[in-house]
Design a protein around this ligand. Structure first.
Ligand SMILES: Nc1ncnc2c1ncn2[C@@H]1O[C@H](COP(=O)(O)OP(=O)(O)OP(=O)(O)O)[C@@H](O)[C@H]1O
Ligand SMILES: [Mg+2]
Length: 225
């Protein structure tokens, strides 16, 4: 029996803003199996990004638990949590989040620097990953010299740098035209199908969600049936 990649139990997140309480997520339970491709959809403000951040251990829940790679994140110190993230998770965000002073290759290398991969190995791997996303010729370009779709492809290459078994993507096509969005989605689907990478993707686009094996609908911080 294989254990789930991700398991969330009674996951709740409330934010306090100017004395008011925002219930971003209410007692969410979910299990993600290895090699699944799951889309999370729902109206703006329903808690999608909050859920993704909690699942990846980027944020701490108000209550409830996340089990990632067999570990209860709540029981881990920040640095151990960071190590679990580095070993198992690749993040892709709508805004790409590339470091503007680093070239495409250096951006892809960055998580490997944190993981202590030797310089030569990480450069070789960065070039191979950029080649995989069709950007071998842009390795020495700065993010400002790339189109939105190219930046997102660099972000995908970066997310793959430490061989994650799980990729968490928050509206990876949100800023792209429909043709480019289709290319990015093909790349992500292919990763899931060919490499067996577990993919959890937040999206607004029905055509992107349609590629997933399973769709989770959020509404007011709850999963709808
Ligand atoms: N740091 C924060 N402080 C206070 N409230 C927050 C914070 N982050 C999110 N919220 C609130 O929590 C709720 C859920 O936000 P979240 O960003 O998870 O929604 P979302 O589904 O990702 O929306 P969108 O589709 O617009 O990205 C919203 O009401 C939002 O205003
Ligand atoms: Mg969001």
């Amino acid at each position: 029996m294989t254990e789930p990649v991700l398991y969330a139990q009674d996951l709740t997140k409330t934010y306090s803003m100017n004395g008011a309480t925002v219930h971003a997520l209410r007692q969410v339970n979910l299990t993600i199996e290895p090699s699944e491709f799951v889309a999370i959809i729902g109206p703006s403000g329903c808690g999608k990004s909050t859920l993704l951040s909690l699942l990846g251990g980027l944020m701490t829940p108000t209550s409830g638990h996340v089990m990632l790679a067999g570990k209860d994140l709540a029981a881990l110190k920040e640095r151990d949590k960071a190590q679990i993230r580095r070993q198992h998770v690749g993040f892709i965000f709508q805004s790409y989040d590339l470091l503007v002073d680093l070239t495409a290759a250096e951006n892809v290398e960055f998580p490997m620097v944190l993981a202590g991969v030797p310089a030569e190995d990480r450069h070789t791997r960065a070039i191979a990953l950029l080649d995989r996303v069709g950007l071998a010729d842009k390795a020495n370009h700065l993010p400002d010299e790339l189109s939105g779709g190219q930046k997102q492809r660099v972000a995908i290459a970066r997310a793959l740098s430490n061989h994650p078994d799980l990729v968490l993507a928050d509206e990876p096509t949100g800023n792209l035209d429909s043709t480019t969005a289709g290319e990015i989605m093909s790349l992500l689907s292919d990763l899931n199908r060919t490499d067996g990478v577990t993919l959890v993707m937040v999206t607004h686009a029905p055509e992107d969600a349609a590629r997933a094996h399973r769709i989770i609908r959020l509404q007011d911080g709850r999963i709808q049936d």
